[in-house]
Design a protein around this ligand. Structure first.
Ligand SMILES: Cc1cc2nc3c(=O)[nH]c(=O)nc-3n(C[C@H](O)[C@H](O)[C@H](O)COP(=O)(O)O)c2cc1C
Length: 424
């Protein structure tokens, strides 16, 4: 009989884990509750620090976003956002508090990491990134996954931090070439990564590929990265990600030489994930034709999403004053130009903006249904209720399905409507 994921273990920093990582999903889709379940079950969960101030406002009733909008009210009607900056002290406090609050609740043998995207340049790429990394380390995070960028300067920003060598630090790459670039900068401060996530073209969120993404295969990239590391005599665990939908898929990568898998899409439809019910049902309902790889993200990376996402074609005014997470160091965001170029009709109404979306606004409203390629298979992982809706899953159910199911088998949940009816 073939193996199951539970026959393997990931060793990181001298500790042993179930080799399942739940990937970071901004903005607060991979909630603390989801990450804590992964840790309780012996794997690794991620929170994400995307839009940390907004997330802090929702969780802790702080007023960061409102305050920032007030401070920068003068540029609301202008396309010049060069003066829109984050208050670094507030950013540090919010980041540290988010991390401290999850770490204080952590139970079990697993770990909680944080996903930090370089492309969220926040009007000051290096200084905001330094604050985010320091806030996470000071907050006691177990590990940091550097994503959405080559992170050539990131390790240097924390080179003197007392936790530089005690926290696990890894990076997400989509090619051996990107890993080489990262390793060059890591060697400069003598701090090699503890793990490398190799993300292929079927993943959710932003993709580290160009328009030719469909010509790549995850197993080939994993093979190239393993070979490269062997050639360099480096024993850095490789974690495969993107389109790994079943326990059997995961075993295939573990047998190829990966040390773990990173998965995300299957957890979007768990109770613990941070999306509202309407969005989770949209993920379940999706058909293969609903899945698009778009160029609407102002970050410049392709973004996979459902074509039912309310964000598409929206003409919302740029929301850089309250948010501004996608602004570069010069106050530019590609949505500003796209919005300015959208036509205005005779009555003065702005038409739809098709080229780009206001990433910050739409993620804050859960209007952007980013997803992995196999999102259309989610309906096969659950039951349909008599009212036509799909039953949400628990994170434990999905985690254990990956951990224990053989080959392409997917464990279905017990129907919750029958239990609910007999209890009443
Ligand atoms: C809803 C959603 C949001 C995501 N957001 C992020 C993110 O903020 N940062 C990141 O590095 N990756 C993000 N990803 C990618 C995942 O962390 C993960 O690597 C990938 O989706 C794994 O592939 P799978 O979804 O096919 O399992 C996201 C994925 C999904 C589905």
């Amino acid at each position: 009989m073939g193996k199951v994921v539970n026959d393997f273990r990931l060793t990181l920093g001298g500790r042993s884990y179930v080799p399942i990582m739940i990937g970071g999903m901004g903005v607060d889709i991979s909630t603390a509750a989801l990450a804590l379940e992964a840790a309780r079950l012996g794997g690794i969960g991620h929170i994400s620090d995307a839009m940390a101030l907004q997330v802090s406002d929702q969780k802790f009733d702080t007023r960061h976003t409102r305050q920032k909008a007030r401070t920068h009210a003068a540029t609301r009607d202008s396309l010049d956002k060069t003066s829109v900056k984050f208050d670094l002290d507030e950013l540090y406090k919010a980041q540290r508090r988010l991390v401290e609050s999850v770490m204080a609740r952590k139970r079990g043998p697993g770990a909680v990491f944080i996903n930090v995207m370089e492309k969220l340049t926040m009007g000051g790429p290096l200084e905001t990134l330094e604050v985010r990394l320091r806030g996470a380390l000071d907050g006691g995070i177990d590990g940091i996954t550097l994503s959405a960028g080559l992170h050539m300067h990131s390790l240097g920003l924390i080179k003197d931090h007392p936790r530089l060598r005690d926290a696990q630090i890894g990076t997400i790459i989509s090619s051996a070439r990107a890993l080489k670039i990262f390793l060059r900068s890591a060697r400069r401060i003598d701090r090699l990564p503890d793990y490398v996530v190799v993300e292929g073209p079927l993943a959710g969120g932003h993709l580290g590929f160009g328009d030719d993404w469909a010509t790549y295969r995850l197993e080939n990239i994993v093979g190239e990265v393993l070979e490269f590391l062997r050639g360099e005599s480096l024993s850095i665990p490789v974690i495969a990600a993107g389109g790994i939908f079943t326990g059997g898929d995961a075993v295939r990568f573990l047998e190829q030489g990966a040390s773990a898998v990173q998965v995300a899409t299957r957890f979007v439809v768990t109770r613990e994930a941070g999306l509202p019910e309407r969005a989770k049902q949209a993920y379940f309902r999706a058909s293969e034709e609903d899945v698009l790889v778009t160029s609407v993200s102002p970050t410049g990376y392709p973004l996979r999403m459902l074509k039912t996402s309310p964000a598409l074609g929206s003409n919302v005014k740029p929301q850089c004053e309250p948010f501004g997470y996608a602004l570069d160091g010069k106050g530019q965001c590609a949505y500003l130009d796209a919005w300015a170029a959208a036509p205005v009709d005779a009555a003065g109404h702005k038409g739809p903006v098709h080229d780009k979306i206001c990433l910050c606004y739409h993620f804050s409203k859960n209007n952007c249904y980013t997803c992995g390629h196999y999102v259309y298979r989610l309906k096969d992982t659950t039951l349909r209720r008599p009212d036509g809706s799909y039953q949400l899953l628990t994170a434990q159910h999905v985690f254990e399905d990956y951990q224990f199911s053989r080959e392409q088998h997917i464990a279905l949940p017990e129907p919750d409507w029958i239990k609910a009816a007999s209890a009443s």
